[in-house]
Ligand binder design. Structure first.
Ligand code: AMP
Ligand code: MG
Length: 309
């Protein structure tokens, strides 16, 4: 099953979250049933990130949005575990500071976008400026209502500059949220997460859902698609997100850069002696060289043929 297709929000479609089953678990019975696949996707993510870093041409921006308790932290934990810290980062966006508020709302966002070869995960994002800001009337409607277009333009510019953008809304239902808050009360390692505001924000559930539906309906494009991930089951959420990331990265058709040095010359210059010393037959080394040369000749031949066509 390709979740990249199934959970993708088509441009201009009217999204109704009430009709999307947050408890969807695909064809899987339980967590055990996905463990082999999850592992496979994790390994593939590791490879693809290494490739992105080496190629140094593309970058990937992952935007994560969800209701409180929706599993942003857990998703980040799972996805980032597959990655080399050298090529990726996570940025969380909280209530803006005085300095951030003194700038336009995209100021703090733009400077955290990934550089070439890198992956950045946004834990919340510029979308808060049409979500919490709208729900609580933090700016006038005439201001926030213009932001959908501004955000689309901003993301288009990022995409045109080589940033691949993928946006996930982790979709849980209201009962699951309460269950997760309840679980936190009994788990000492989660109690620190509990806040009054989580409970008071629950009262605005419907307004948040409405605001999310507007975001999803107005801001999903091929250059920056939204995916609605059924997220009541954490293991299914991780599976769907990993699969979509793998398929997105594979779609970039990335390649390792060709070596910038003459490998044959390097071998001769720096490794011949070592090979002899360590008892490796010089013949072996020469055979290696011949193979490399042959490959080069074949490649050239192919290129010439292509040109003739
Ligand atoms: P958390 O992600 O649980 O650490 O909480 C971060 C808080 O910051 C959430 O309550 C968000 O709604 C809030 N927040 C993030 N961005 C903005 C923003 N642009 N304006 C107002 N509140 C924000
Ligand atoms: Mg929170």
């Amino acid at each position: 099953m390709s979740y990249t297709n199934e959970f993708h929000i088509k441009t201009g479609s009217k999204v109704n979250l009430g009709k999307i089953d947050a408890g969807d678990q695909g064809d899987y019975e339980n967590e055990e049933a996905v463990s082999a696949e999850l592992k496979k996707y994790s390994q593939r993510l590791t490879e693809l990130q290494a490739l992105m870093y080496a190629e140094n041409k593309h970058s990937l921006l992952i935007v994560l949005q969800a209701m409180d308790g929706g599993g942003k932290d857990g998703t980040i934990h799972h996805v980032m575990a597959a990655m080399n810290p050298q090529g990726c980062s996570v940025v969380g966006f909280k209530v803006p500071t005085a300095e951030e508020l003194a700038h336009d709302y995209l100021w703090r966002i733009h400077k955290m976008t990934p550089t070439k070869g890198h992956i950045t995960v946004f834990n919340r994002s510029h979308y808060e400026d049409v979500l919490v800001v709208r729900v609580h009337g933090l700016v006038l409607e005439e201001i926030w209502s213009k932001r959908y277009n501004e955000i689309n333009e901003f993301e288009r510019e990022l995409a045109n500059s080589g940033t691949t953008i993928v946006k996930f809304f982790l979709h849980i239902d209201k009962e699951e949220q309460l269950k997760r808050f309840r679980d936190r009360l009994d788990e000492p390692d989660k109690q620190w997460k509990i806040s009054d505001s989580d409970y008071t924000e629950r009262e605005y559930w419907d307004e948040y859902q409405r605001s999310y539906m507007d975001v999803l309906s107005k801001c999903s494009f091929n250059y920056a698609p939204w995916y609605v991930i059924p997220a009541n089951h954490k293991w299914f959420r991780d599976l769907a997100v990993s699969q979509i990331l793998v398929e997105t990265l594979e779609g970039l058709k990335m390649k390792y850069p060709a070596p910038s040095v003459d490998l044959v010359a390097i071998k001769q210059k720096y490794h011949a002696e070592v090979a002899e010393e360590s008892g490796l037959a010089a013949v072996e080394l020469m055979a290696d060289e011949e193979q490399l040369k042959e490959k080069k000749v074949k490649k050239k031949g192919k290129k010439k043929k292509k040109k003739k066509k």
